[in-house]
Design a binder for this molecule. Sequence first.
Ligand SMILES: NC(=O)c1ccc[n+]([C@@H]2O[C@H](COP(=O)([O-])OP(=O)(O)OC[C@H]3O[C@@H](n4cnc5c(N)ncnc54)[C@H](O)[C@@H]3O)[C@@H](O)[C@H]2O)c1
Ligand SMILES: O=C(O)C(=O)C[C@]1(C(=O)O)C=C[C@@H](O)C=C1
Length: 359
Amino acid sequence: MRTALVIGTGLIGTSAALALAGRGVQVHLSDHDPAQARTAAARGAGTDKEPEGRCDLVIVAVPPAHVAATLAEAIGAGRGRAYLDVASVKGGPRRELEALGCDLSGYLGTHPMAGRERSGPLAASADLFEGRPWVLTPTRDTDTEVLNLALELVALCRAVPVVMDADAHDRAVALVSHTPQLVSSMVAARLEEADETAVRLCGQGIRDVTRIAASDPRMWLDILSANPGPVADVLDGLATDLAATVRSLRALDGAEPAGEAITGLETVLRRGNAGRARVPGKHGAAPAAYETVTVLIGDQPGELARIFADADRAGVNIEDVRIEHATGQQSGLIQLMVEPQAVAALTATLRDRGWALRQ
Ligand SMILES: NC(=O)c1ccc[n+]([C@@H]2O[C@H](COP(=O)([O-])OP(=O)(O)OC[C@H]3O[C@@H](n4cnc5c(N)ncnc54)[C@H](O)[C@@H]3O)[C@@H](O)[C@H]2O)c1
Ligand SMILES: O=C(O)C(=O)C[C@]1(C(=O)O)C=C[C@@H](O)C=C1
């Protein structure tokens, strides 16, 4: 691929453009808000000048409700050899394009399973897609050249291609992305009117559960409106569990014998353990059981660099990292996730180097 046109230079469009431009592709940037394209260009994602001829690949990265019209316009104007979109929902845009009478042989619906809770070109990064699944939904009519260009894009973004049927994709993301977004928003909404003293107690658990509640409501309204049935189906299942859990808790709160209620609560918690254990680990590998080594650090420049250098000295690979900031103190707890067999070497070296380890 030598040239690409990215239409919609927000978080996803600019991230793809940064990855392509960084690997030598000539990228043209376009957005209905020219300031967004200028900002993306200023970040090194390409040029906001119009391409002179047809580009090899046109990437449409606009909100789901505008995908079909934007693609139809680009296909009609012959702007590329191949066209793809990155919208979070795949069945609807394809059906809309069909209804618009577009020739779909040059089009492929795709969805990178990577993102963040912030929008716009300033939140973009070239490595956003590294190691993440990137779903491709080819049909019998998709040209091989188009599929190859899409695979090249995925490879240049260092993502992992996953081929799926569009409707199966929509049911899958209802479960693993769209419902979690709603649940995160609903848990965070409990905090809106909460007492300040309660909010001050927020720890890592609620931070984990509510991170995506900070996402742009307009984008999520678009996504949910394009996938309402599958999301409602998952929420129905959740509502059944919620109702049973409320019954168990009410029983514990009342005079009834506690046995059945405890069993009900335990079942839901254990089913949660089983589901969580199925979440893939780093780079999509099987979930790994890491051990956590917790270290107290001061909130000052260089502390993290020193601790990482000491892990290197111990010959230990840090698989994952978390920081828990202590409320009202200039210190925090850093949790280093490592392979179980690395714990002894790491803790010994860290103690030698003067770090305070915590349980
Ligand atoms: N944010 C995520 O986590 C995520 C992850 C994967 C896929 N997606 C999908 O990627 C697409 C873009 O999402 P985003 O997070 O980058 O949003 P964003 O709000 O950061 O960017 C969208 C951009 O599209 C532009 N735009 C809107 N309508 C347009 C039109 N008709 N023509 C040209 N430009 C237009 C906006 O000005 C904006 O710059 C969406 O379809 C979304 O479903 C999002
Ligand atoms: O990490 C996040 O912030 C995301 O929620 C990203 C996430 C997801 O649910 O995994 C959100 C929507 C997109 O369509 C793809 C990815």
